[in-house]
Design a protein around this ligand. Sequence first.
Ligand code: ATP
Length: 231
Amino acid sequence: MLEIRNVNTFYGETQALFDVSLDVGAGEVLAVLGANGVGKTTAIRTILGLTPARSGEIRFDGTDITRLNTHDIARRGVGWVPDDRRIFPTLSVAQNLAIARKTTRFRSWRLDEMFEIFSALEHLMGRDAENLSGGEMQMVAISRALLGSPGLVLFDEPSQGLAPKIVQDVMKTIRRLKNEGLSVLVVEQNALAALEVADRAVVLDRGRVVHRGTAAELIRDENLRRNLIGI
Ligand code: ATP
């Protein structure tokens, strides 16, 4: 579904990603792990064309999207749950969700399905988004991504700032998306939470992929885990 080949990304003169290659198959969850500042968010920004790759190739659903703009990439079915949620604060929850609707070649989601996944959401619809808690905002951000009918959802640090119970709910939602056949790339510093739902994992260090393997292997192999991600 997503193939990234030898991607190099720069902020001005500073290189943030070095020859990064990774794949997310259809219906697969890939965890991208690593410490603060190793390039996880940059990987997502590069896929979305927000900080385009200077070289290398990114293919989504069989199409080269490396040089497309962010709007076109989203229109083809790449969904995004940003780390800072980016909900419009002066709009209601309902308005935030209404403007997210898109039709793609992938499965479209109905609002009542969102209410079934997030039972609290229905009661929040009339609320101004600026009055939401962190967990409520995350629900809106995930629902917004799904209403855009994605084939692939990019989660940037979905556990950030959330209580452990809500982190578990978010991870359960990621599992549900996988069961529905969606592909997911989840960037996380909370490696253990992400590994619980991931099929495979890559570890980044200073902008390079330093490990790729199954999530099960990283969960099982304490030494490997300690060496790679320090836990
Ligand atoms: P975090 O968990 O803090 O988001 P990360 O693994 O996502 O970390 P990135 O945010 O992708 O890492 O940052 C990778 C490198 O690129 C870092 O050295 C960072 O300082 C640098 N960087 C990130 N954004 C910019 C920017 N807008 N301008 C210049 N350098 C940047």
